[in-house]
Each structure stands twice: as C-alpha cells, then as structure tokens.
Design a protein around this ligand. Structure first.
Ligand SMILES: C[S@@+](CC[C@H](N)C(=O)[O-])C[C@H]1O[C@@H](n2cnc3c(N)ncnc32)[C@H](O)[C@@H]1O
Length: 245
C-alpha cells in the first residue's frame, strides 16, 4: 500500500477529528484569549446562556428516561462539558464518564468538572468494562458520523450496558422539515463549492429499528424534535434503545 493510500485511510478513519479540530481553530480565531467561549461555539451553542439552557434540557431528558443518583453514565462525544456542567449544577451524584475525540474539549471537562472522569478515545468503542453502564447518551454525535460508525458504537454500547440499561441519542431525519433544511443547505454548498464542511448525517427510524433487532436491543422509542410533552423540545429527534434484562 502506498503512503498516499495509507494517509487517505487514516484521514477517512478520523474524519471527525479533522472536522472538529478545524472548527475549534476557527472559533479560537473568533474569540482570541477566551478558550471557553471558543469551545462553546465549537460544539454548536450560540453563547454561554444557550450552552447552559441546552445542558439543562439534556439533563431533563436524562431524568425523564430514568436518570437517578448513583447511576453509572457514559457521555459519548461529551464535547466541552455541556451535559457534565449541567449535571454538576443540578447536584447529580453518580459515576460519570465523558469521552471525546478532541483533547482540548476533554481537558475542559476535566478542568470544570474535576469529580468526573473524562478521556480522549477514538476507537468507535465505549471505554468501559462489560455490563457496567446504566445509561450511554449522545447528543449531536451520530449527526456527524457515517451509519457504519454509528452501528459500531451501538454494538459496543450493548456490551458496556447493564441489563436494563439504555442508550439515548439524538439524530437528524429527513422527515423532519427543520432537519431537512440542513440537507438543503449542504446540497447548496455541494452545488456551489463541490463540498460542505463538517459531515451532517441523517438516520432513518427504520434503520435504527433494524439495528436494534440485530444488536439485541428492545424495540426503540422515538421522540420528535418538536415534542415538548415530557421535557422541552429538543429540536433533534431522540431515540431510546433498551438492553433487555
Ligand atoms: C455537536 S458536538 C456535541 C457535544 C456534546 N455532546 C454536547 O451536547 O455538548 C459533537 C461532539 O461529538 C464529538 N465527536 C465527533 N466525532 C466523534 C466520534 N467519532 N466519537 C466520539 N465523539 C465524537 C465532537 O468532538 C464534539 O465534541
């Protein structure tokens, strides 16, 4: 295999690392000397208030799906700690692990939430022993991965979850008009420039149902992004996959 082929495989394998490093560099230029503001922008919040509001909403979703004190939870793609800081604010007590593929984001979680565990992990696996996690959750992470990458993660989440544990993740779907707009924006970029920046990817509920069956999860439950009955509207759709007892 030539050096170029090897480099291409490496770049494709870690496309997400390249994307997020690029976004962080862009935000650091916008906010020189204010690392926290830059990281907040890099993970998609419009500012500190939005960051806190979204973190509180994420905790509400977790509580609605059974989060209690004493649980072991795994925040995949934890970013700079939007959920971790909200959990800390809410006084939640338990065993938190945050994992991300970008070192400065993980360093920020460690600095702001010293009682929580946070690590850099890039292997499309869950860095936890078998059957140890009550909830694995992912906000706006599968939205940036290929379906194959999502599947590999889900397969390993099943291993890491306790019987009765849950995966909760957000995703984009074509059927939602707001999400579809993301696709049209990307399409316009492809037409004008031949590319669009960080990957925004879409899943289909039927694929998630099929994957759940293949991987040994129970039938998934879904929440529309506009549904505000049980917690604030999340904008992205939500899927919950339970590991049978
Ligand atoms: C939109 S941000 C959301 C961050 C966090 N979940 C939150 O809600 O604040 C997406 C995050 O996913 C991380 N990420 C991207 N690809 C990943 C991968 N393959 N595995 C784990 N995390 C990934 C990025 O580094 C980034 O922190």
């Amino acid at each position: 295999m030539s050096l170029i082929q090897k480099l291409l495989i490496r770049a494709n394998r870690w496309h997400f690392v390249h994307s997020y490093n690029t976004i962080i560099a862009r935000e650091r230029k916008k906010y020189p000397g204010d690392l926290e503001r830059a990281l907040i922008g890099a993970i998609g919040s419009s500012g500190p208030e939005d960051f806190a509001r979204q973190g509180d909403l994420q905790v509400d979703v977790l509580r609605h799906h059974g989060l209690t004190d004493g649980m072991a939870i795994y925040d995949l793609g934890c970013g700079c700690g939007r959920t971790a800081m909200a959990l800390q604010r809410a006084g939640w007590q338990g065993d938190y692990t945050g994992a991300d593929i970008v070192a400065p984001l993980v360093a920020h979680v460690k600095a702001r939430c010293p009682d929580y565990r946070a690590l850099v992990h890039r292997d499309l696996t869950i860095a936890a022993p078998d059957g140890t996690q009550d909830i694995v959750f992912l906000w706006s992470v599968f939205t940036h991965l290929y379906p194959e990458e999502c599947y590999l993660y889900l397969r390993d989440m099943h291993r890491a979850l306790k019987p009765g544990g849950k995966v909760i993740f957000s995703f984009l779907e074509f059927e939602d008009p707001g999400h579809h707009q993301v696709f049209h924006t990307r399409t316009a970029n492809f037409a004008a420039k031949g590319w669009s920046s960080v990957l925004d990817s879409f899943l289909h509920r039927d694929w998630i149902r099929l994957w759940a069956r293949e991987l040994g999860f129970a039938e998934p439950a879904f929440t529309d992004g506009t549904d505000a009955r049980d917690h604030g509207a999340f904008w992205q759709s939500l899927a919950v996959l339970g590991k049978p007892r």
